[in-house]
Design a protein around this ligand. Structure first.
Ligand SMILES: Nc1ncnc2c1ncn2[C@@H]1O[C@H](COP(=O)(O)OP(=O)(O)OP(=O)(O)O)[C@@H](O)[C@H]1O
Ligand SMILES: [Mg+2]
Length: 365
């Protein structure tokens, strides 16, 4: 598929802070592309540069085959000429206007006829599930409804690209889940390209075709949700996307497809994991062994398992509905594990902990 939007070596300084650092992105037409990263990593700044609300200090931005920004060549296409819709984190809908007027505003700016405005506004409201709300004053709406008005307003002039900056962060958990589904359905129905900004990994993983994890204004890793979760390529991504159990050890042997690790603070604990072949690790080196909490098995009797076993003691077990979140002491360290909801364990209980060989990865310490 063709790339609809491309950023090439884009940077932005605010005084001494380099908010975005030579960022290059290729965004496929019709996809949901997400910028995921911690607070201050440059997500909003990137989105604002795409929208034309911020001037980059270096680099180029190309929309389809049109260069909309080139610092070198002195090109800067104004926001309203870029044909992009944007929804801000704060919604920014106008309280003194009705729902209809809020959504109609971008069309009035673009001097559409009254008849056309009416048709397009009603269609946009229908799309976001707000048919019949036209005459409602904007303040008399719930947070979720205001959010839908903001989305309708961004979609009403049929932009080529929709830019969404943490659009769900002001909603409560249940509504957020519903809006996440609605947004995905809407995007699929319209086939529109979406650039989505969030620091919420669940939102990023569930909505996106492609995610770029950002850190300090740079790309840490590109990939699908599954790639980022299963094949994190840096410690930052491993720890930022999902939860990880880390155990310290030393690489004892490398034998063909097998790595053997002795844990540092647990005598006689020896673990095996697959050798990815390019781990760049040397025998004798300090390493971290990582595993996703939900991949770990906990039980009274795991004797049937072939190795990779630890003895532990349950410290706390929090039942959170779909699972139990257990803190388990192994050696000097406490690890957080997720147990299936039907498995009951109690504080002080001695348990065996099994790290399946295929689920274990090694990192340089
Ligand atoms: N107008 C500005 N003036 C000065 N510094 C700014 C300005 N806008 C952003 N910054 C700085 O640039 C960096 C990136 O900010 P940005 O808003 O892009 O982060 P973000 O990833 O969107 O964070 P958050 O998740 O908190 O919204 C931060 O260090 C921020 O303080
Ligand atoms: Mg932001």
């Amino acid at each position: 598929m063709a790339s609809v939007l491309s950023l090439q070596g884009v940077s932005k300084w605010f005084g001494d802070v380099k908010a975005v650092d030579r960022l290059s992105l290729e965004i496929e037409e019709g996809s949901v592309f997400t910028l995921l990263g911690p607070s201050g990593c440059g997500k909003t700044t990137t989105l604002r540069m795409i929208a034309g609300l911020e001037w980059p200090d270096e680099g180029e931005i190309v929309l389809k085959d049109r260069t909309i920004v080139s610092v070198e060549r002195g090109i800067f296409v104004n926001p309203e000429k870029r044909n992009m819709g944007m929804v801000f984190q704060s919604y920014a809908i106008w309280p003194h206007m009705t729902v209809f007027k809020n959504v109609a505003y971008p069309l009035q700016l673009r001097r559409h006829s009254q008849r056309e405005i009416r048709e397009k506004v009603l269609r946009a409201l229908e799309l976001v599930g707000l048919a019949g709300f036209e005459d409602r004053p904007a303040p008399n709406l719930s947070g979720g409804q205001q959010q839908r008005v903001a989305i309708a307003r961004a979609l009403v002039y049929e932009p080529e690209v929709l830019l969404l900056d943490e659009p769900l962060s002001n909603l409560d958990a249940k509504l957020r889940e519903q809006m996440r589904l609605d947004l995905k359905l809407l995007q699929l129905r319209l086939g529109i390209t979406v650039v989505y900004v969030t620091h919420d990994q669940l939102e990023a993983l569930s909505l996106s075709d492609e995610v770029v994890v950002m850190n300090h204004g740079q790309v840490e890793q590109y990939g699908s949700a599954r790639e980022l979760y299963d094949e994190a390529s840096t410690p930052f991504v491993r720890d930022f996307v999902g939860k990880t159990v880390l155990l310290k050890g030393r690489l004892r042997t490398v034998e063909g497809t097998e790595l053997e690790v002795a844990l540092s603070d647990i005598p006689d604990a020896v673990f095996h994991c697959p050798n990815p072949g390019m781990s760049g690790l040397d025998v004798g080196q300090d390493v971290f062994l990582s595993v996703r909490p939900e991949d770990v098995e906990v039980g009274d009797d795991l004797d049937g398992r072939q190795g990779n076993l630890l003895q532990g003691v349950v410290e706390t077990a929090l039942y959170v509905g779909e699972r139990s979140e257990c803190q388990i002491r192994v050696g000097q360290q406490s690890i957080l594990l997720y147990l299936p909801r039907h498995q009951v364990v109690r504080p002080q209980q001695a348990v065996s902990v099994h790290l399946p060989r295929q689920a274990v990865k090694l990192w340089p310490a």
